[in-house]
Design a protein around this ligand. Structure first.
Ligand code: GDP
Length: 294
């Protein structure tokens, strides 16, 4: 995960690690290399610049500190800022309700259906009794896919294959969940290949009809800066409550993980890193920063 970013940052620190003291010159050189590493990892230039300006300011402000070496100091400052950029502390999922409703939104292929199954599995492990809802009325295959996942984890899947009204399906599903004493309803909505007005209207209507505790926006981390643009578009319409980054097991450069919180000011709640159902993790900014810095 993020090997190329880790390597580039490592090499950005190389020179200053050999220096005896912090100077304006060696800080400037390191900061420049860090900025390039971030931009190469698909972080938007403006975010990378703001990030490195802060690093420079902090490093110069602490030059009197002699207890740590310049290299250690720079790594520490970058780590703290990475944690901050990714949201500071972890953000807990709100699954309290009668039932709690969690709406899953995102583009087609982003990993929504897979994530819905993983989330149900995760919540089941935490002693919740979840129900999955197939609200994709355009792709019958999506219903089957969710049923297969539900079967694997022993979670009921609600669907109405003949009904072409996603709002009705969602409402009926919540009523059904209540009558079956399910305490979390996970609604997998339809996605499109690109932002599309009809899709946005539909998912907004579903949101307004079922009043979800959580609206999770699922995004493929491999799509780089596009991931950030998609997040912005979904957030403008849906005002989602959290982000799920998928495919972190792939050859992603990390830009999405680093930029999304900054761009939409919503926390990353989960990261998904595989096709298997147990490859879901709560997102911890601190751990991620540690991983990036090796
Ligand atoms: P949806 O159209 O948004 O519902 O996307 P799907 O859940 O059907 O996922 C699209 C493809 O991505 C499928 O082939 C999944 O197996 C795959 N996929 C989903 N999440 C991950 C992940 O975290 N890592 C990898 N490697 N593949 C994933």
């Amino acid at each position: 995960m993020f090997e190329s970013l880790s390597e580039r940052l490592e090499s950005a620190f190389k020179q200053i690690k050999g220096e005896g003291r912090i100077t304006e010159l060696n800080v400037a050189a390191t900061v420049k290399d860090i900025r390039r590493a971030l931009v190469d990892a698909d972080v938007n230039y403006k975010i990378a610049k703001e990030f490195t300006d802060k690093i420079r300011e902090k490093a110069m402000g602490e030059k009197v500190l002699t207890a740590v070496s310049p290299g250690q100091l720079m790594v520490k400052i970058v780590k703290d800022e990475l944690v901050e950029l990714m949201g500071g502390t972890e953000s807990e999922l709100n699954a309290k309700g009668n039932p709690a409703v969690i709406l899953i939104a995102g583009l087609q292929g982003s990993g929504k259906t897979t994530f819905s199954g993983k989330l149900a599995n995760y919540l089941k492990g935490k002693k919740y009794s979840p129900m999955l809802v197939a609200a994709d009325i355009y792709r019958p295959a999506a219903i089957d896919q969710l049923k297969v996942l539900g079967g694997q984890i022993g979670v009921d899947v609600y669907s109405e294959p003949e009904n072409k009204n996603a709002v009705e399906i969602a409402k009926n599903a919540v009523a059904q969940a209540r009558s079956l004493n399910k305490n979390v309803v996970i609604i997998d909505t339809a996605g499109r290949l690109a932002i599309d007005e009809a899709m946005m209207t539909e998912v907004t209507n579903v949101k307004n009809a079922v009043n979800p505790q959580e609206i999770l926006f699922v995004v493929d981390s491999m799509t780089g800066q596009d991931a950030v643009n998609t997040a912005r578009a979904f957030n403008e319409r849906l005002d989602f409550t959290g982000v799920v980054l998928t495919k972190l097991d792939g050859d992603t450069r990390g830009g999405a993980a680093l930029s999304i919180k900054y761009t939409v000011n919503k926390p990353i709640k989960f990261v998904s890193s595989g096709e298997k159902l147990d490859t879901l993790d709560v997102f911890y900014p601190e751990r991620m920063a540690q991983r990036i810095l090796g």
